[in-house]
Ligand binder design. Structure first.
Ligand code: PGA
Length: 259
């Protein structure tokens, strides 16, 4: 696990965009996308590089991590809509190249299985963007999610529902249930980029990076993956015990090594 601590949230977005750009420019890419506030600055940066730097997503397929149960794709807060509005609809993805879960499927277990099959048939995700919840969730794998879980239905914690209430209109309820890639699904991606900014994430980041691998902090499962890059700002890094070591390692990183 490489931990990169940068001064600001914009630096985090720039570094994440560098990793994604390098992957996308290397050839056809399966890109795993996350929603939430954290990756928005990265998407902005990628949109900018598309507009001014010739970065093209025409050979890239996108795969979403999760979706609210019960929200039709047309609902403004469905992750289907959010990702199109914030990123994929503003660059040159092909319309049929963006894959996600259908939150209104009549048979949710069958929908989860369908998505696992889509991911497998695609050859798997090359680079996966991840945020982290204040409770340590990745995707919507809440505490006590099986570390081996695959795509399935989950019940959101009340804390996550409160965290996400800011995205919904006044009085509109955040759904109780979601479909989410499992931790085992996420760990199948070849490169994981975990992004976090702000003090509110410091505790979850410390538990994920320096705590034991434990289902109580689902993001700690990333310690089992051979290629994880954690990119965080100083505020999100503020509770790490080995901060100096991470800074020193990054400063002295061999130039040839890449992310
Ligand atoms: P956020 O959410 O980026 O909106 O903070 C992260 C998450 O819940 O995974």
């Amino acid at each position: 696990m490489e931990i990169i601590i940068l001064p600001t949230d914009l630096d985090v977005a720039g570094k994440a965009a560098d990793a994604i750009e390098e992957q996308v420019r290397s050839g056809p890419t399966n890109l795993g996308l996350a929603t939430g506030l954290t990756p928005l600055a990265t998407y902005q940066e990628l949109i900018e590089r598309h507009r001014t730097g010739g970065l093209s997503f025409a050979n890239t397929k996108a795969f979403l991590l999760d979706e609210y149960v019960g929200l039709p794709a047309t609902h403004p807060q469905s992750y289907h809509s959010v990702i199109r509005r914030e990123f994929t609809g503003r660059v040159d993805f092909r319309a049929d190249a963006v894959h996600g879960l259908k939150g209104t499927a009549a048979d949710l277990a069958a929908e989860a299985e369908r998505y696992e099959n889509v991911l497998e048939a695609s050859g798997g995700v090359d680079i996966q963007i991840l945020g982290i919840g204040t409770d340590g969730h990745v995707g919507f794998n809440e505490p006590m999610s099986s570390l081996a879980s695959r795509t399935r239905i989950k019940t959101l914690t009340q804390g996550t529902r409160q965290d996400n209430a800011r995205f919904f209109e006044d009085g509109e309820a955040v759904p109780d249930h979601v479909l989410t890639q499992g931790l085992g699904t996420i760990l199948s991606a070849r490169h994981l980029l975990l992004l976090a900014v702000g003090e509110s994430k410091a505790e979850a980041v410390a538990a994920a990076v320096e705590g034991p691998v434990a289902a109580v902090c689902p993001a700690s499962a990333l310690q089992l993956h051979p290629h994880v890059t954690v990119i965080i700002d100083e505020a999100a890094a503020s509770l790490l015990n080995h901060r100096e070591y991470y800074l020193d390692t990054f400063t002295r990183k061999p130039a040839w090594q890449g992310l």
